[in-house]
Design a binder for this molecule. Structure first.
Ligand SMILES: NC(=O)c1ccc[n+]([C@@H]2O[C@H](COP(=O)([O-])OP(=O)(O)OC[C@H]3O[C@@H](n4cnc5c(N)ncnc54)[C@H](O)[C@@H]3O)[C@@H](O)[C@H]2O)c1
Length: 352
């Protein structure tokens, strides 16, 4: 049995980027978690290292991951770098005996996901994937309503986001670095659906469109339609060419339905450690032929729970918040949907 760590677990963040200041957000969440301590930061960009040191002078700073792994007294590394680096950086950290929290998207391919999981097993270290938006206030409330059975058996889920506009030019929009149109917001959407519908996927149909933004290095729209073993169907779309929109969530059950715009569901995500997001979704229930419409308030967005769960795992042997195997399922859906779009066939999902 693995020896549990002693508090405080010393943590490092790799990637202190300016785009979403998300390395900083990870560090602040870590430091606000009893039992964890943010001790070091690594970024190969000297300006970003200086930004970290200016705001958090107590941190050790490193421009090279290998140097940090060789010198720093750290137990866990949070990987908050561009998607194409997630697999190599996570594997280097695991091979150096560190536990890893890897932000979404876990990696680019199922083969990379398998290599990450194998490295964690070989080194007896934990690999956790940062699907912390399971703690968004609107998702928590919708999941609770669905699982309570108040709208009956759920058979249809739609999740739609995006708009009409050329993807900004940066690594996210380069397919070889970001993974493609689905990998930006899609990891949240696919993970929400897979967390809500704990069923095996028996087939995936994908529809990828490349029609408008000729000089952009990725698809304009990506859509995955998943068929679950219990008959439930989920239809998930991210678009750069949607001139008209739809609500974020539309869920149909045998005794009702849910519509949610998502407004306010993750307000203050990077700044707040945890907090009420406000907002509500519309729920219709049908009972004995009577239709009842209510606005259901969102729950609290308890983002800190992810690292609290991670601390509980490392210090007391509690469950991993989101395992590598769990994260791999999202990457498998991306792969299957892209393959299906190319073949025109329903494709299986490499799904444990
Ligand atoms: N979970 C969420 O809700 C959420 C929100 C925002 C961003 N993210 C994720 O965070 C990650 C980073 O995104 P971002 O917008 O902060 O990107 P970014 O481009 O702003 O930052 C990435 C940083 O990583 C550094 N970097 C790149 N390769 C490195 C290496 N080999 N060693 C050390 N540093 C390296 C870069 O210098 C840069 O400062 C992505 O995986 C993204 O999807 C997740």
């Amino acid at each position: 049995m693995r020896k549990e760590l002693k508090a405080p677990v010393r943590c490092a963040v790799v990637g202190y980027g300016a785009a979403h200041v998300f390395g900083r957000a990870h560090g602040r969440w870590i430091d606000a978690t009893p039992g964890l301590k943010w001790a070091a930061v690594c970024d190969r960009d000297p300006e970003r290292l200086k930004a970290a040191k200016d705001e958090f002078p107590q941190l050790e700073t490193y421009s090279s991951l290998s140097e940090m792994l060789a010198k720093a007294d750290i137990d866990m590394v949070s990987v908050v770098t561009p998607h194409h680096t997630h697999a190599p950086i996570s594997i280097e950290c695991l091979n150096a005996g560190r536990h890893v929290v890897c932000d979404k998207a876990m990696c680019l391919t199922v083969a990379e996901a398998d290599a990450m999981i194998a490295a964690a097993k070989k080194n007896d270290r934990t690999l956790a994937i940062f699907h912390a938006r399971r703690h968004d206030g609107n998702f928590r409330a919708i999941k609770e309503a669905v699982h309570s059975g108040r709208i009956g058996d759920v058979f249809h889920i739609e999740l739609t986001a995006g708009g009409f506009g050329k993807p900004r030019e940066w690594w996210y929009a380069k397919k070889s670095l970001g993974g493609g149109a689905f990998y930006y917001w899609g990891p949240h959407a696919i993970d929400w659906v897979l967390d809500m519908v704990r069923q095996k996927i028996i087939g995936c149909n994908g529809f990828y469109h490349k029609l408008v933004w000729d000089d952009a290095d990725q698809e304009d729209q990506a859509r995955a339609i998943l068929r679950f073993e219990n008959g439930c169907v989920a239809d998930i779309t991210w678009s750069h060419i949607a001139a008209v929109g739809k609500p974020l969530w539309r869920v149909l059950g045998t005794q009702g339905g849910i519509i949610d715009t998502g407004a306010g569901g993750n307000k203050g995500y990077q700044e707040l450690l945890t907090g009420p997001s406000g907002g509500s979704f519309q729920m219709v229930t049908i009972k004995d032929g009577k239709r009842d419409e209510t606005q259901v308030p969102y729950k609290e967005s308890d983002w800190l729970t992810y690292y609290v769960d991670m601390a509980n795992h490392l210090l007391h042997g509690g469950p991993v918040p989101v395992s590598g195997e769990d994260g791999r399922r999202t990457i498998a859906v991306f792969e299957a949907s892209e393959r299906s779009s190319a073949t025109g066939q329903t494709e299986p999902v490499a799904y444990e």
